[in-house]
Design a protein around this ligand. Structure first.
Ligand code: TYD
Ligand code: MG
Length: 469
């Protein structure tokens, strides 16, 4: 037997080098290269064998555009992020912190699918097959533990098939023997292939196993859902390599201490991205929250300094989120920390605040937080961040019923946020009464119960707020 060749694989980006190095030459991360065995030629050939067979070249217009068949999961919020349901042969990666509810959600979804497939009078376009509809492969918990969870969820008579297995070959054999419509692999980090010597959860294993499972999904039409854990850095372990292999990437967000969870689509070949599903964790599992706009507001009876509400648009739904800031005298090198918001953007906003509005935080620690564990990536949060910072600095609360949104540029200009009218209307519906918004977002017709101050510049926004109280 030929001597096995050693390669070093980066645990961050999955890049390989023939020698050990302190720094990964591909992504420049330090200390991430781990030793592994190079794949043999036959294995890599194997990997490509299952990609598209050579086919004849066809004119695009002549190719029939068939709609994909979807199986609704029966959980509306999950279907919303998936773009209508699970797609035949599709591979979904669902990531999130440990304990956030991945296993719970998927077990509930499988049970719901199992129940609807046994019911009568299904809608059109849904897949129907006899028996063997769902398979839950658990590598993290024993069958008994899964059963315990299902009892807790009130699914006493669940018909979901469970396989406690971590060996890839056995999982693949079971998939081809039972031909489920939907299979969940919980989690991809526990699955291992005997062909590789590296440990389960290593980049090489995760990539290899996911590749095999993806191929099985495409060739059999089974929908495969891969559960993946997120590392401290926020990426799936073994990670980015998986995101491009799968059709849909969903992430769980939210604070494990709070009741609410968001499931966000980061990538979706079969639907819109940046759509979110909102769930509440109850003692009987996850329940969809169909009207989530007010869940990220903390309940202050009177306004407090350092708090400003904004309206963010998540997918198609506006959400009101409270932004909190604490500005406090810091040491020689003051800290800037943000939770749920971009830290670089915070530094930029502080510079704009100083330069254009003359508010200095140079010797202050600045902390900002989006309440409830949501992550806000849109720049429309800028104005609320600045207003909460100045409110904390002055120790003066913003008026009751106040909110703001708008992007702030380096020149101190306030830029419009997309779909401003919807944001304004949602806030008005929830009883908010005063707003500072970008001029271009000011409505042509007054919105009942809402006083709107349209601004073009940061300093103008500060003046308006000072005038309000
Ligand atoms: P779990 O689905 O095991 O998380 P993951 O698979 O993402 O690691 O979620 C477990 C958490 O949810 C655990 O902390 C207990 C809680 N939980 C409930 O609050 N209610 C329930 O009905 C269940 C099943 C779990
Ligand atoms: Mg789990």
């Amino acid at each position: 037997m030929a001597k096995e060749k050693t390669v070093y694989t980066c645990s961050e980006c999955g890049g390989t080098t023939p020698r050990w190095l302190g720094k990964c030459p591909h992504c420049n991360a330090w200390n991430t290269l781990v030793e592994g065995v190079a794949e043999s030629a036959s294995m890599s050939k194997n990997r490509f064998a299952a990609l598209a067979k050579t086919a004849e070249v066809a004119v695009l217009a002549d190719i029939e555009a068939t709609e994909v068949a979807r199986t609704p999961t029966g959980m509306d919020e999950l279907d919303r992020v998936l773009g209508g349901g699970m797609v035949e042969g599709g591979v979904v990666l669902i990531g999130g912190d440990p304990g956030i509810g991945k296993s719970t959600l998927l077990l509930q979804a499988l049970d719901a699918i199992e129940r609807s497939s046994q019911g009568v009078g299904e809608g059109t376009g849904q897949r129907q097959g006899a028996g063997g509809h769902t398979l839950y492969v658990t590598g993290e918990e024993s069958g008994a533990q899964v059963a315990l969870r299902s009892r807790r969820l009130g699914l006493e008579r669940s018909q979901v098939k469970v396989l406690a297995e971590i060996e890839l070959d056995k999982i693949l054999a079971t998939l081809s023997a039972t031909k489920p419509a939907i299979a969940v692999i919980d989690s991809i980090q526990t699955v291992y292939s005997g062909e590789l010597t590296s440990a389960p959860g290593s980049v090489a294993q995760v990539r290899e196993c996911a590749a095999h499972l993806t191929r099985a999904a495409k060739s059999s039409g089974t929908t495969i859902v891969l559960v993946g854990h997120v590392t401290k850095e926020g990426a799936l372990a073994g990670p980015r390599v998986l995101e491009h292999m799968v059709d849909t990437v969903l992430y769980f967000e939210g604070d494990t201490h709070s009741q609410f969870r968001l499931v966000r689509a980061i990538k979706n070949r079969f639907g819109a991205v940046n759509e979110i599903g909102v769930f509440a964790m109850t003692e009987r599992g996850l329940k969809g929250v169909s009207n989530p706009s007010a869940i990220f507001l903390s309940q202050h009876s009177e306004p407090v300094p350092g708090s400003c509400v904004m309206v963010t648009l998540e997918g198609t739904r506006p959400l009101l989120v409270e932004i909190q800031a604490l500005v406090d005298s810091g040491g020689p090198s003051p800290r800037r920390l943000s939770v749920g918001l971009d830290r670089d953007r915070l530094a930029m906003l502080l510079a704009v605040l100083h330069r254009h509005a003359g508010v200095a935080c140079m010797d202050q620690d600045v902390f900002v937080n989006a309440v409830g564990g949501v992550r806000i990536s849109e720049p429309a949060a800028d104005l609320a961040v600045l207003l909460s910072i100045t409110s904390s600095l002055r120790g003066k609360p913003l008026p009751k019923g106040f909110f703001a949104f708008g992007e702030v540029g380096l020149a101190g200009e306030v830029r419009p946020a997309p779909r401003g009218q919807e944001r304004l209307r949602e806030a008005a519906k929830l009883g908010f009464s005063v707003a500072v918004v970008p001029k271009a977002n000011a409505p042509k017709q007054a919105i009942e119960g809402l006083t709107i101050h349209a601004v073009e510049r940061v300093e103008q926004a500060m003046d308006v707020v000072r005038g309000l109280g």
